[in-house]
Design a protein around this ligand. Structure first.
Ligand code: NDP
Length: 271
């Protein structure tokens, strides 16, 4: 990863665990100044401490809900008030859901998936654009491989998948739509903002995090979980969140528009 990040300011949403936590550490190792955003304060404080230890000269943890537009305005404003600039906005926060549409006990339970995964990227982006234009900055978006493949049961999360075994078991339709919407939105935004702002869209496969362990799902109580499928997923050879973060930032450093890796499709083939 060859971008010089010293003196630069980065916002990472969903930094309290998983891929966002590891992205924060990769930026910290490069000497970037950080604003890390999520709802769990204690976890954010721990991540901030580790990031400082890894080399970030200044880390500001901010508790915020990315599905709340006022929260998003607040953390962008606080970034500018504190640092006076913004170079990278990493839209990473997201929630999962593993449940087929017809098995949902209440279809309204899918609404937060779109609110967090889609609007939770669009709101901060909107407020960050004027500042990113000034620095000729970058937007990084964490979509999902499910936005390209199309697994049933991930409908709201992203799209549809060609592997028959997945049609049998994978209940992800609700997640798919939110992740596919990100692809459409940011492909179009890239054209609107070029050449001032560069946009990189990552589409990771299954990564070993709290989402794939189903922890968030039960905690949020947003969507019921197909427990049998969730148990299958954790048995897959999942990529580590650190390897995923490195792959994403390698691609960002190369100025790539889309990040995908053959490995990210592997878990789907094995299901
Ligand atoms: P984690 O559950 O470990 O991380 C999700 C992060 O998002 C947490 O820091 C969580 O923090 C934060 N978050 C969730 N909801 C909100 C909210 N409303 N407001 C602010 N922060 C929120 O899972 P991952 O690291 O796997 O997920 C990171 C991203 O990667 C997600 O967008 C996910 O969809 C995507 N992804 C994950 C894949 C995987 O297999 N793991 C595959 C492809 C994409 P807190 O609870 O403290 O708010």
């Amino acid at each position: 990863w060859n971008e010089n990040m010293e003196g630069k300011v980065v916002i990472v949403t969903g930094a309290s665990s998983g891929i966002g936590e590891q992205l924060s550490y990769e930026y910290a190792k490069k000497g970037a100044r950080l604003v890390i955003v999520a709802r769990r304060e204690e976890r954010l404080q721990q991540v901030a401490e580790t990031a400082r230890g890894l080399g970030s000269p200044d880390v500001v943890p901010i508790c915020a809900d990315v599905s709340n537009v006022n929260d998003c305005k607040r953390f962008v404003d606080e970034t500018i008030n504190h640092f006076g600039r913004l170079d990278h906005l990493v839209n990473n926060a997201g929630i999962g859901s593993i449940c087929s549409v017809e098995d949902a006990d209440d279809i309204k339970k899918f609404v937060p998936v779109m609110d967090v995964n889609f609007w939770g990227c669009v709101y901060p982006t909107y407020y960050a654009i004027p500042y990113l234009k000034k620095t000729r900055g970058k937007i990084i978006v964490n979509s999902s491989v499910t936005a390209i493949l199309h697994p049933p049961t991930l409908a709201i999360y992203s799209v549809r998948i060609p592997f028959s075994r997945i049609y049998l078991g994978l209940m992800i339709s609700n997640i798919q739509a939110s992740k596919a919407a990100l692809l459409s939105f940011y492909e179009a935004l890239r054209v609107e903002l070029a050449p001032a702002i560069t946009i990189t869209i990552a589409t990771p496969g299954f990564i070993e995090t709290e989402i794939t362990q189903g922890k968030h799902l039960s905690k949020e109580g947003v969507i019921q979980v197909d427990r049998q499928l969730a148990d299958e997923i954790v048995k897959l050879p999942l990529m580590s969140s650190q390897a995923c973060a490195k792959a994403v930032l390698d691609a960002v450093g190369r100025g790539e528009r889309n990040v995908t890796e053959p490995k990210w499709y592997k878990a789907f083939v094995l299901l």
